[in-house]
Design a protein around this ligand. Structure first.
Ligand code: GLA
Length: 646
């Protein structure tokens, strides 16, 4: 009965739009270097949690824990590409239900700092921008470029009316709104004030003059100058390695008065494939937080709860040719609340600091949730070879060029290129692989190339292939190149030209074969469910054939809603699918992330299906398990306080 009542109150709180009241005001008190909320001095202590990285069923739990740590505010970006995956088609349901997120925040008594971008960085694919922008003629992102600003205007025309009722003055929780994101860091020569002003004007068109707008930048004079809009509030972002008093001094060179804000206090850091798992000391994080509070700062923890880059949503980084690295699937971020929403030592260290400044809400802090472990190995009995069933997964086309993924209106996933060839073959070279290619001659794997390993993503596969492979040149053979989009660049100027697929050329024995007769198969592989429905009609690989990329599926029973972690050890590289959900990339041989977070809400009561799209090597045991302890640090967990903050 009590539960039903709570649920009813919860629903009422969540679904009723905020009501405006004249007494609500939020403003900057420039003379006294502070905010005023309803006329009273105010600082915010905030937890960063991106709605698009956390299953919506868990939002309330995480907000409750953020509140119980003494925070009075929540901060989130808005990721345009989650809402408008296809141009003109909008999704605000489920994990994209931003109105529900804002309502919930309010029902938990949390204010909101909103960061609608449209560029958000965030280690999120393409920094939150939709990939289809790249298909527009003349497109240049993050400057005042007509096709770009027109697309933004259309998007904000859909988004901002949804947001408007949630502004503080309209009865909602939103106290401040960011314009762009770290614009000063875009590129060494970019300083487009017209673009920033355009964004501010667009915000004002929908939200009016009253909300507190701000920009945020860091580290250098150039960044603080370029990222700023004259007269607008400036926030900083920095981690525990920086001295708060020094940061305040730097800010004062550009803004003589106004509240001191650390809009992204980096309580942890992100991980990249091939790197180490971030590990920022709880003691240092708490100490520097305390110092900021003594300076009367408003602070947002980036991240308080990081969540997960489910599916293909992780970003990547590239500054120059040959420098490319990819964010892992987990966005645990070494945050106070772990990827699965559990409290950590860092959480309690922060809560302890807060207890010196405010009366903490009555607890207790909920215990960490139970985790599930599969009791027997799951047999991955169903095996669907991709090469033998291509038409089940793709609509292949004949083309003159090994065209880009974007030409097929494909945002993410894989793209496969095939060429029939005859004659001797000594070597295959690939130039401009974005981002990882695995190459086969007939069914024989020749090798894989990662864009991060080769300057310009070029790969020269071994000489004398004909002899090695026993090719019969006169009979002809098939060259297959499977290219994976590992994630779109989310930071720096390279993002604007980061097309996917083979972006340059293919050479066979030094001869450019770009203009031969290619067969190209776009493979978004967002889900493997439709193929599973037709499994009885699928073709088997010829007997004795070497391993080629295959979808392996197994079923198992789970009778509770507990969270768990998929353990892909024994497999090499690919995508994991739980029922209808794409859990993301696994790459345990590369690390540091080994296990993938599998939230309890993605399981069915009873029978479940797990599938792996394995590109490189099948597990010899052909099994899979779920475990109750995450492994995010395959390599030695180092102290990453020395990681470079860009
Ligand atoms: C910057 C960006 C964030 C994020 C962090 C690093 O501050 O503004 O979006 O990329 O760096 O995690």
């Amino acid at each position: 009965m009590i539960k039903c009542f709570t649920l009813l109150v919860g629903l009422l709180l969540v679904n009723v739009p905020p009501v405006a009241s004249n007494s609500r005001s939020f403003s900057v008190d420039w003379d006294n270097d502070r905010f005023l909320k309803d006329g009273k001095p105010f600082t915010y202590q905030s937890g960063g949690m991106h709605y698009f990285r956390v299953p919506h069923q868990y939002w309330s739990d995480r907000m409750n824990k953020i509140k119980l740590a003494g925070m009075n505010t929540l901060q989130t970006y808005i990721s345009w590409n989650s809402h408008e995956q296809v141009e003109g088609e909008f999704n605000f349901e489920g994990d994209n239900d931003i109105a529900e997120y804002l309502s919930l925040a309010q029902s938990h008594g949390l204010n909101v700092v909103l960061r609608p971008g449209p560029y958000i960085c965030a280690e999120w694919t393409f920094g939150g921008l939709p990939y289809w922008l790249l298909n527009k003629p003349g497109m240049e992102v993050r400057i005042y470029n007509k096709p770009y600003v027109e697309a933004i205007a259309k998007w904000f025309d859909v988004l901002f009316p949804i947001i408007k009722p949630f502004l503080y003055e309209n009865g909602g929780p939103i106290i401040t709104v960011q314009v762009e994101n770290e614009y000063g860091a875009y590129g060494p020569d970019v300083c487009d004030k017209k673009y920033l002003q355009f964004l501010l004007d667009l915000n004002k068109k929908y939200f009016g003059e009253n909300p507190v707008y701000f920009t945020m930048d860091n580290t250098s004079d150039k960044r603080l100058e370029c990222g700023a809009i004259p007269g607008l509030l400036k926030a900083l972002d920095f981690g525990p390695g920086n001295e708060p008093a020094q940061e305040l001094k730097m800010l004062r060179k550009f803004q003589a008065h106004g509240p001191f804000i650390n809009g992204e206090y980096w309580a942890g850091w992100f991980d990249k494939w091939g790197g180490r798992h971030a590990n920022r000391s709880a003691t240092k994080v708490a100490k520097s937080f305390d110092e900021m509070l003594q300076l009367n700062a408003s602070v947002n923890f980036y991240m308080f709860h990081g969540g997960t880059n489910f599916g293909y949503t992780n970003g990547a980084m590239s500054g120059k040719p040959g420098s490319y690295n990819v964010r892992v699937t987990s966005y645990d971020y070494n945050s106070p609340l772990s990827e699965a929403g559990d409290t950590t030592d860092k959480y309690f260290a922060i809560r302890n600091v807060m207890s010196k400044y405010v009366e903490l809400p009555p607890g207790p802090v909920p215990p960490n949730s139970p985790k599930w472990k599969s009791s027997v190995d799951i047999q991955m009995k169903t095996q669907i070879s991709l090469f033998d069933n291509l038409e089940q997964f793709s609509t292949c086309v004949e083309t003159k060029l090994p065209s880009l993924m974007e030409h097929f209106n494909q945002s993410d996933g894989f793209i496969l290129y095939q060429l029939q060839w005859s004659g001797p073959l000594q070597n295959i070279s690939l130039y401009g692989v974005h981002d990882r290619a695995t190459v086969f001659v007939d069914r024989q794997k020749i090798g894989s190339v990662n864009r991060m390993d080769f300057l310009n993503g070029s790969l020269i596969l071994p000489i004398e292939l004909s002899n090695q492979l026993n090719l019969k040149p006169d009979q002809g053979y098939t060259i297959t190149i499977l290219v994976e989009n590992l994630g779109r660049v989310n930071h720096g100027s390279y993002m604007a030209i980061d097309f996917k697929g083979i972006t340059n050329m293919v050479l066979l024995d030094g001869e450019n074969v770009n203009l031969e007769k290619w067969r190209v198969c776009p493979l978004p592989l967002n889900t493997v469910q439709p193929a599973l429905q037709k499994v009885d009609n699928l073709r088997y690989p010829p007997s004795g054939s070497p391993f080629t990329p295959t979808i392996f599926c197994g079923s198992f029973r789970k009778l509770n809603g507990d969270d768990t972690f998929l353990d892909p050890r024994g497999w090499e590289k690919g995508m994991a699918y739980l029922n209808e959900v794409n859990l993301g990339r696994y790459w345990p041989t590369e690390g540091p992330q080994v296990t993938l977070y599998a939230p309890g809400v993605y399981f069915k009561q009873g029978e479940n299906t797990v599938c792996l799209f394995e590109i490189e090597t099948a597990n010899p045991e052909n099994t899979l398990v779920f475990t109750d302890v995450p492994i995010l640090d395959k390599k030695k967990q180092g102290n990453s306080d020395d990681l470079v903050d860009f």
